[in-house]
Ligand binder design. Structure first.
Ligand code: CA
Length: 226
């Protein structure tokens, strides 16, 4: 049974979450301030941590930063206040694996938790070097080759490709790509995604107008076949 640690000072919130998570088959631990949460996380090594930002004693950022140094393999889902994009960006920079904005639906939170657990458990951590078709991409060194010859991808194109590799075979919407690759620093529209995909195809596909790797799913988005 997977164990989830909730670090949140609002007692009613903890009670509600605990009830619902237990009903979904999780074992739940709770801590009501940052210091206690940090200690409990190290001691109990849960499968996932739900971490509120505004906490007594140590705030969520501080706890997140420390936990990601000590136990980086344990995923953290952050609870943030509505519309605080700056909070979200900072949280993700500190290594949080996902976030959910208050007020949220418990069902959505549970769906996110399951998805984060799937992602971290199934080892979909993508390898540094990834080969597909006649391409070879080194995500760490930002080096890409097609038929052995270097090709130049922008950092954004690496990010897109990385996301595709993680989600390969799944349908990825333009909004998913925007959230994952552009994040919350800026608000480009979904056309931006299409423009970048078109450029990426020019670089990686043998026939960009008949793509074999980045497939268009009409009305929705894309599917990557590696
Ligand atoms: Ca709080």
């Amino acid at each position: 049974m997977e164990r989830i640690l909730i670090i949140e000072d609002e007692k009613d919130m903890v009670t509600g979450l605990k009830f619902n998570l237990e009903a979904s088959g999780f074992t739940v631990l709770a801590a009501y301030d940052g210091e206690e949460g940090y200690k409990l996380a190290l001691e109990k090594q849960p499968d996932l941590i739900i971490l509120d930002l505004m906490l007594p004693k140590r705030n969520g950022y501080d706890v997140c930063r420390s936990l990601k140094q000590e136990i980086p393999q344990i995923p953290i889902v952050m609870l943030t206040a509505r519309g605080e994009e700056a909070d979200i960006v900072l949280g993700l920079e500190l290594g949080a694996d996902d976030y959910i904005t208050k007020p949220f639906s418990v069902l959505e939170l549970i769906a996110r938790i399951k998805s984060v657990l799937r992602r971290t458990k199934s080892g979909t951590q993508i390898p540094e070097k990834y080969r597909f078709g006649n391409l070879e991409v080194d995500f760490k060194k930002y080096d890409a080759r097609k038929k052995g010859k270097p090709i130049t991808l922008s950092p954004r194109e690496y990010e897109i490709l990385k996301y595709f590799v993680e989600k390969q075979g799944e349908i990825v919407s333009r909004e998913d790509l925007l959230n994952a690759v552009w994040g919350y620093e800026s608000f480009p529209n979904t056309r931006t995604v299409d423009t970048h995909i078109a450029k990426l195809r020019q670089k990686i596909e043998d026939k960009p107008d008949d793509p074999q790797h980045v497939i268009t799913i009409h009305g929705i988005g894309y599917k990557f076949l590696g």
